[in-house]
Design a protein around this ligand. Structure first.
Ligand code: BGC
Length: 770
C-alpha cells in the first residue's frame, strides 16, 4: 500500500479523490536500523560497531548548563550515534512503513531512536495543535481531549486561555508517552481556501504570533518540546511540495515571518518545522536564508529545525543550509542523513562540526525543555477536567457575527427548529495529521473521504442534546436538513430556527469558499419560511454567505472541540456571553481576494510552479483597507449580549515604546468580555496599507464596571523593513492610534509624533545567542 505522501501526489496529479484511486502494491523492504548501524564512513560497507567505551555520564549532571551538558554528550557519542539522534522515522505502525521500531508509540507521527548506551532518551513525536492526534487511519484510534481548532483559539484573543489549553494538550501528550508535540501552527491565513487554516491563528501576525506563542508555552510547561510550523509561507496545500512562493523580503518580514518571529519569541519552542514549499526559489528545508539567516542568526533561535515529514531533499544542501533533523523516513533508502550524511562529511562537503551542531541543538533543547531529566511515561488522564478546558476555550472563541434581536434564545421560547449539520450527533473536526479523536470516537462514521486526509470525524458532543438541556421548557424539533421542504416546514411552525452548516477541511487539500452540498439552498429555504433563522457555522476558515442579509443571526463556531456541542448551546442560550472576535476577514465575493482561485489544484507532482504574493504584507484586512473593499464581516468583529463603552484614549512614548491607555466600561446589563483593538497608522501613509493591528486586550467586566487599560504597541508593527540597515525602521512622523472593536470600526483616534528608530533584526528576541 502506498503511503500518504504518494497518495497525495497521485490524487493531486489526477485531480481525483484518493479513495477512488486503485492502489497497486509497492514492494517495500522492511529494513531495521539499529542505533549503531549507520556506517561511520562512506567506504565502510558494513555498519560501524557500537561504541564500547563507557559513556561520559557527567552529561547527565544537572548542576551544569544545558550547553555544557550537550557538549559533554557530543564528546561521548560516536558518529553513528550522532546520526541516530538527527534521523526521524515515520512513527505509525502501518504496512507501508518499513521501519517498525518496537519502541515507537503506535498511532503517532514519528520516532527518533535514543542512545541507551549514554542514557539519551528516544524522541516520540505526536501531532498537533488541538490535542494528541491519531496518525492517518491507524486504528485503534487514540481517544484524547480535542481542543477547538487553532483558528477558534485565536478568536478568543486571550493568550492566557491559549496557554491553559496548551498546558492541557501537552499534559496529554506527556501522559501518552510523547516528548515532542508537533504543535504550534502559525502560517498566516493568506489564502482563505487553505485546507489547514483551521490549524493556524488567522490573518494577522500579531494576533497569530501571540496566540500560538502562548499555546506553545503551555505545551512546553509539561517538560516536552513543541514545534512551531510550517516555516514558512506554507499558506496553501494545493501542490504544497511543488509550489514556489515568490515574495519580497520586506513584505515577508512584516507578514508571515513576523507571525513566526513573535511565536518563537513568546513561545520559545524547542523546534521549528520547515515546510514542503519553496520560497523565492529554494525549498524551505534547504533555504539558507530562511533557516540560517532569518531563524538562527537574526532571531537567535536556539532550538532545532526539523523537516516536515519527508521534506528533506538533498543531503548536502539540507545540512549546510540549516536543517537539523530529518523526519518521517518510512522507506529504505529514502532518507538524506545516516550513511549519506556520513559520506558527505567524509568527502568534505559537509563540515563534521555541522553534525555536532545538529546534535547540540537537539540535545540541548531536550535538556532545556525538561525532556531528558523528566522522562515521559504513559500515565492516566483526567478527561473530565480536560474537557472543561476545551469547553472554556470554545466558549471564549465562538463568534457572534450577526444578531437582529434573535439571540440569546429566549428562555420563554416554546418551539425551536434545529436543522442540519449532524447537530443531533456531534461537532465537526478538521482532518489530516492533526486529527484528534475525542473520547467516544467518531459520532458520524462513514462520511467520505474515509481515507487520507479523512476520515471525516465528528466529536460526540451533540448541540441538539445540549440545547435540550439548556432550554428544558422549549420544544426542540429536529430535521437533518437533507429534505429542504421538510426543514422549511419545521421552521415555519417554530418560533425560531437554528440551521447548522458545515465545511470539512483538511491537510493536503484546499477548499472552495462556498459551503459544500446544498447547504446554501437549505439556509435560503429555512430563512424564507422563518426570518428568525440563526445559522451556526462549523468551518475551517472564512466562507461565503450569500444568505447573510436574509437571516437574523449568524454564529461562527469553527471546529469547537470535545465539548463543542455544549459550548454552542450555551452561547445560543445566553448561559455564555459570546466574546470571540474574528481572526480573519470574511469576503463578500471571491473577486475581493488578491487571488480568486488557489493555484496548483491538480498540479503535476514535483513540477514546480510559482505563486506570487504580490499583495506582499497586505494580508487580510490590510488588503481590504488598501483596496477600500467592504468585507462581509471584518477582521476583529464579534458581538456580545452586552455593550461596551470605550473612552479616555491617550498615547505616549515611554522608554522608547508606544504606550496606549484607555478605559472600557460594560454599559449593558450582563457580565461580558470585550476585545479592545489598537490599530496604528502613519498619517502620511507609506505602508502596504493604511493600518495594522498594534496591540489588543481582552477584558472581563461586570455590568456597569470600568477598567483602565494600558497596552504597548509592538514596535515592529510601526516600522518597515529596511534591507540596507538590516532591521525594522520606524520613520519619524505623525502616527494615528485608533481604539476600535474591529478593523472596520472607525473607533476613536489620537495622533502623536514618533522619532526615527531602528530595530535591528532580532532585537525583539529574548533568546541567548545561538
Ligand atoms: C504535516 C505536519 C505533521 C507531519 C507529521 C506532515 O504531513 O504537514 O504538520 O506534523 O506530517 O504527521
Amino acid at each position: 500500500m502506498r503511503n500518504r505522501f504518494q497518495l497525495e501526489s497521485i490524487s493531486a496529479m489526477l485531480s481525483l479523490p484518493m479513495r477512488n484511486r486503485p492502489l497497486s502494491g509497492l514492494a517495500l523492504a522492511a529494513v531495521s536500523i539499529a542505533a549503531c548501524s549507520a556506517p561511520s564512513t562512506p567506504r565502510s560497507a558494513s555498519p560501524a560497531p557500537c561504541a564500547t567505551t563507557p559513556p561520559r555520564a557527567d552529561w547527565l549532571d544537572r548542576s551544569v548548563s544545558a550547553d555544557e551538558r550537550a557538549l559533554r554528550l557530543i564528546g561521548a557519542l560516536t558518529q553513528a550515534e550522532k546520526l541516530t539522534v538527527v534521523t526521524g522515522y515515520f512513527g505509525v505502525q502501518q504496512e507501508w512503513n518499513a521501519y517498525r521500531f518496537p519502541e515507537a508509540r503506535p498511532q503517532s507521527a514519528g520516532f527518533v531512536l535514543g542512545v541507551p548506551r549514554v542514557g539519551l532518551t528516544a524522541q516520540w513525536q505526536c501531532d498537533a495543535g488541538s490535542g494528541v492526534a491519531t496518525q492517518g487511519v491507524a486504528p485503534p484510534e487514540l481517544e484524547r481531549t480535542l481542543l477547538p481548532s487553532g483558528i477558534l483559539t485565536a478568536s478568543t484573543w486571550d493568550p492566557g486561555l491559549a496557554e491553559r489549553s496548551g498546558a492541557m494538550i501537552g499534559s496529554e501528550a506527556r501522559a501518552s508517552g510523547f516528548n515532542v508535540m508537533l504543535a504550534g501552527g502559525v502560517n498566516l491565513l493568506r489564502e482563505p481556501g487553505n485546507g489547514r487554516n483551521f490549524e493556524y491563528g488567522g490573518e494577522d501576525p500579531l494576533l497569530a504570533g501571540t496566540m500560538v506563542g502562548a499555546l506553545v508555552r503551555g505545551i512546553q510547561s509539561n517538560h516536552i518540546v513543541a514545534t512551531v510550523k510550517h516555516f514558512a509561507l506554507n499558506d496553501q496545500e494545493s501542490g504544497r511540495r511543488s509550489v514556489n512562493v515568490i515574495i519580497d523580503e520586506g513584505a515577508a518580514r512584516l507578514s508571515d515571518l513576523l507571525a513566526f518571529e513573535l511565536a518563537v519569541e513568546r513561545g520559545e519552542p524547542g523546534s521549528v518545522m520547515c515546510s514542503y514549499n519553496a520560497v523565492n526559489g529554494a525549498h524551505a528545508c534547504q533555504n539558507a536564508w530562511l533557516l540560517n539567516d532569518v531563524l538562527k542568526r537574526d532571531w537567535g533561535f536556539r532550538g532545532y529545525v526539523m523537516a516536515d515529514w519527508g521534506a528533506q531533499r538533498d543531503t548536502v544542501l539540507d545540512a549546510n543550509h540549516g536543517l537539523d533533523q530529518e523526519t518521517g523516513v518510512s522507506r529504505a533508502g529514502e532518507y538524506q542523513w545516516l550513511d549519506k550524511l556520513a559520506a558527505a562529511i567524509h568527502a568534505g562537503k559537509v563540515p563534521a562540526a555541522r553534525l555536532d551542531d545538529m546534535v547540540r541543538r537537539i540535545v540541548r533543547t531536550l535538556i532545556e525543555k525538561g525532556a531528558v531529566d523528566d522522562a515521559v511515561r504513559p500515565s492516566p488522564i483526567d478527561f473530565d477536567a480536560h474537557a472543561q478546558v476545551s469547553q472554556a476555550d470554545a466558549e471564549g472563541g465562538i463568534v457572534l457575527m450577526k444578531n437582529e434581536g434573535v439571540l440569546p434564545l429566549a428562555a420563554a421560547a416554546k418551539s425551536i427548529a434545529v436543522i442540519g449539520g449532524h447537530a443531533d450527533r456531534g461537532v465537526l473536526t478538521g482532518g489530516g495529521s492533526a486529527q484528534v479523536y475525542s473520547p467516544g470516537g467518531n459520532a458520524v462514521p462513514g462520511l467520505s473521504p474515509e481515507r487520507w486526509p479523512g476520515p471525516v470525524v465528528y466529536a460526540p458532543s451533540s448541540p441538539l442534546e445540549a440545547l435540550r438541556a439548556e432550554l428544558p421548557h422549549a420544544t426542540l424539533g429536529w430535521n437533518e436538513g437533507t429534505d429542504r421542504a421538510a426543514a422549511a416546514a419545521l421552521a415555519a411552525r417554530s418560533e425560531v430556527a437554528v440551521v447548522f452548516v458545515t465545511q470539512w477541511t483538511a491537510e493536503s487539500i484546499d477548499v472552495p469558499l462556498t459551503l459544500p452540498g446544498e447547504q446554501d439552498a437549505l439556509v435560503e429555504a429555512v430563512a424564507r419560511a422563518n426570518r428568525r433563522t440563526i445559522v451556526v457555522l462549523q468551518t475551517g476558515g472564512p466562507v461565503l454567505m450569500p444568505w447573510a442579509s436574509r437571516v437574523s443571526g449568524i454564529v461562527e463556531a469553527w471546529y469547537p472541540g470535545s465539548r463543542g456541542g455544549r459550548a454552542i448551546a450555551r452561547v445560543l442560550s445566553g448561559a455564555v456571553n459570546p466574546s470571540g472576535h474574528l481572526p480573519a476577514s470574511f469576503p463578500k465575493s471571491l473577486e475581493q481576494l488578491p487571488r480568486s482561485r488557489t493555484f496548483g489544484v491538480g498540479a503535476t507532482p514535483d513540477v514546480s510552479f510559482d505563486v506570487r504574493y504580490d499583495e506582499g504584507a497586505a494580508v487580510g484586512y490590510r488588503w481590504y483597507d488598501q483596496r477600500a473593499l467592504e468585507p462581509l464581516f471584518p477582521f476583529g468583529h464579534g458581538l456580545s449580549y452586552t455593550t461596551f463603552a470605550r473612552d479616555g484614549l491617550a498615547a505616549r512614548v515611554e522608554a522608547s515604546e508606544l504606550r496606549v491607555t484607555f478605559r472600557v466600561t460594560n454599559s449593558g446589563t450582563r457580565p461580558g468580555q470585550d476585545v479592545a483593538q489598537i490599530y496604528v497608522s502613519p498619517v502620511a501613509g507609506g505602508w502596504e496599507s493604511p493600518k495594522r493591528l498594534g496591540a489588543f486586550a481582552k477584558l472581563e467586566l461586570a455590568p456597569g464596571a470600568s477598567r483602565e487599560v494600558s497596552v504597548t504597541v509592538e514596535p515592529r508593527l510601526l516600522a518597515l523593513w529596511d534591507a540596507a540597515r538590516h532591521g525594522f525602521r520606524i520613520a519619524a512622523g505623525q502616527y494615528r492610534v485608533t481604539l476600535a472593536s474591529s478593523a472596520r470600526d472607525p473607533g476613536q483616534s489620537v495622533t502623536l509624533a514618533l522619532a526615527e528608530r531602528l530595530l535591528p533584526a532580532g532585537a525583539g528576541s529574548a533568546s541567548l545567542p545561538h
